[in-house]
Design a protein around this ligand. Structure first.
Ligand code: BEZ
Length: 328
């Protein structure tokens, strides 16, 4: 038999196999800072499962929770070089690199979790994502969120006057740091996984946190005073590395985008639905609870505005969107 006749069936078989596979079977990696028990991580796992199923088993997404790949600043660097494919990130690290995202952290931009959900689904918020490819080398797929921000402290606090000089843990980002500096507290940046020990060993006096994390991590065991202030929303963003994105086929981009958006949106629904139930759970614990609203923080809000109205040009646009939501 001639070599040509021998090779033809082999080549035909190889061609058929290649046509049966998607353009590129891929093994993606997605990093995030939250532990496996957190809703963000559960959403990432559900997203990975769906992509595997919808790609006929060809695409795999491995999830790396709890800072296994480093903190958010390190993950953003990996995304920029293409060493990491995707991440679910707090807007915190994004706002350190693209200050306009600081607008999402304007104190009392929204008053409650329902307004936060509506604002993150608005055009005004989604338009911000268009800046990410050029400014950060990332493709912003969509928003998720955690609950509204509150303050837990080791000694009782009714408002900013009781926080003056206190070492108050913040997620490491500038808009939140500027808010607490304006209250007179001593903001102390610490990533989420380090908070429990820092409270336990007295390194910090208070924390900026959401109901969900207070319950998951049992922070109330180490600080039994809760100031319900609802002073900020806490968006999250699902991103894909720009370097990785440019090499994906149109079909793969559509698959990843649609599935990631669906699961991020499910995170927003989840926090919206559980916020008041979690507040009740905390109220049922043996802890001291106080409440404070926008008026209590008025001076700090004014100071924050002076800094951030210059840095975040989208602030008026977001405020208008928030005002429209509040009036509906
Ligand atoms: C935090 O830094 O407080 C935080 C981060 C991710 C999810 C929830 C809270």
């Amino acid at each position: 038999m001639s070599i040509k006749r021998l090779l033809t069936p082999v080549m035909t078989g190889a061609l058929a196999l290649a046509m049966a596979l998607p353009a590129q079977a891929r093994d993606f990696r997605l990093g995030l800072i939250t532990p496996p028990s957190h809703k963000w991580t559960q959403a990432a796992v559900a997203f990975a499962d769906e992509v595997k199923e919808q790609s006929g088993g060809e695409h795999n997404i491995s999830i790396f929770p709890a800072q296994q790949l480093g903190n958010e600043a390190q993950m953003v660097q990996q995304l920029q070089t293409g060493a990491l494919d995707m991440a679910f990130l707090t807007i915190a690290e994004i706002s350190n690199r693209v200050p306009d995202f600081g607008a999402l952290y304007a104190p009392y931009l929204v008053d409650n979790i329902d307004q936060a959900a509506a604002l993150l689904r608005s055009d005004a918020a989604n338009d911000l994502l268009n800046q990410l490819p050029a400014e950060a080398g990332l493709v912003g797929v969509g928003y998720g969120m955690a609950g509204m921000r509150q303050v837990m402290s080791r000694s009782p606090a009714k408002g900013p006057d009781d926080l003056v000089g206190k070492k108050l843990r913040i997620t490491p980002f500038e808009p939140l740091r500027d808010f607490y500096m304006a209250t007179g507290a001593a903001p102390t940046p610490l990533p989420l996984p380090a908070v429990y020990d820092a409270l336990a060993n007295g390194q910090i006096d208070a924390i900026d946190m959401d109901f969900d994390s207070i319950l998951i991590f049992k922070f109330y065991e180490r600080a039994d005073n809760l100031l319900i202030s609802n002073h900020m929303m806490f968006p999250m963003v699902g991103v894909v590395s720009g370097r990785v994105w440019k090499d994906l086929s149109k079909e793969d981009r559509q698959l990843l985008q649609a599935s990631m958006r669906k699961h991020l949106d499910g995170v927003i629904d989840h926090f919206q639905q559980q916020e008041s139930q979690q507040e009740q759970q905390l109220r049922a614990l043996d802890i001291t609870i106080e409440e404070a609203g926008r008026e209590t923080f008025a001076a700090a809000i004014d100071d924050w505005e002076k800094i951030w109205s210059a840095k975040a040009k989208s602030l008026p646009n977001l405020r208008q969107a928030a005002a429209d939501i509040k009036s509906n």
